[in-house]
Ligand binder design. Structure first.
Ligand SMILES: Nc1ncnc2c1ncn2[C@@H]1O[C@H](COP(=O)(O)OP(=O)(O)OP(=O)(O)O)[C@@H](O)[C@H]1O
Length: 219
């Protein structure tokens, strides 16, 4: 669904992604882990076509939607209008399918996005991404600034979409424990380079990964 080969992305003279190669098969839910500044959002934005690679190739088979870091809602617009903007490019105007998946959004529809809680705003960002009926969803920091119970509620929706509807997901997370719980496979990015990849169970047992991202080995 996603094929990235030898990807280099720079901001001026600073290289943010340095020959990154990865692939995600249809229906997979894959995690991308890494510390602050590793290049995770740069990868997400490049996959979404917002940044142009200096070299390398990015191929996305199907329609990709991004839930950007920090949600990036229009705070003065209603929830319904934020959702409508998500369907604007693809001409999808009917929010009903999204309301079926995320019924809370139907209740929030007339409210201004800016007055909602962080969890509600993340749900709006989620719904806005779904408005374009994506084949692959890139989620940049689902859990950012959210209480664990709020994150788990959103994660449940994500897993349901992946398992029951075959949505391919790239989950970018600093919360490695959550990512390992939800995904089967993961990539680890540090300073713009992939430093580890594999099954989450193997990575969780890798002392280096567990030490850096899980606060010690998982037993
Ligand atoms: N617009 C920009 N202009 C210049 N440098 C940037 C820009 N955006 C990101 N960078 C730099 O590129 C590198 C990768 O940043 P990026 O935001 O992709 O990392 P990240 O892994 O998503 O980090 P975080 O988890 O903090 O969001 C960092 O060194 C960052 O300072």
């Amino acid at each position: 669904m996603i094929d990235v080969t030898g990807l280099v992305v720079s901001y001026g003279s600073a290289t943010a992604l340095d020959h990154v190669t990865l692939s995600i098969r249809p229906g997979e839910m894959v995690a991308l882990l890494g510390p602050n500044g590793a290049g995770k959002s740069t990868l997400a934005n490049t996959l979404a076509g917002l940044l142009t690679p200096a070299s390398g190739t990015v191929t996305v088979h199907g329609r990709l939607a991004l839930i950007p870091e920090g949600r990036q809602l229009f705070p003065d617009l209603s929830v319904a209008d934020n959702l409508a903007l998500g369907g604007w490019r693809s001409g999808q105007r009917d929010p009903a399918p999204v309301y079926t998946l995320l019924p809370r959004l139907a209740e929030l529809a007339p409210r201004r996005a800016g007055v909602l809680s962080g969890g509600e705003q993340q749900m709006v960002a989620f719904g806005r991404a779904l408005m374009s009926h994506p084949d692959v969803l890139v989620v940049d920091e689902l859990s950012l600034g959210l209480a664990p119970n709020v994150t788990s509620g959103l994660a449940r929706h994500l897993v349901e979409l992946n398992r029951e509807r075959g949505l391919t997901v790239l989950l970018i997370e600093q919360n490695a424990r959550l990512a390992f719980e939800l995904c089967e496979r993961a990539y680890v990015l540090e300073s713009g380079r992939l430093v580890a990849e594999g099954d989450c169970a193997d990575l969780a047992g890798d002392p280096r990964v567990a030490g850096a991202y899980l606060g010690g080995a998982i037993t």
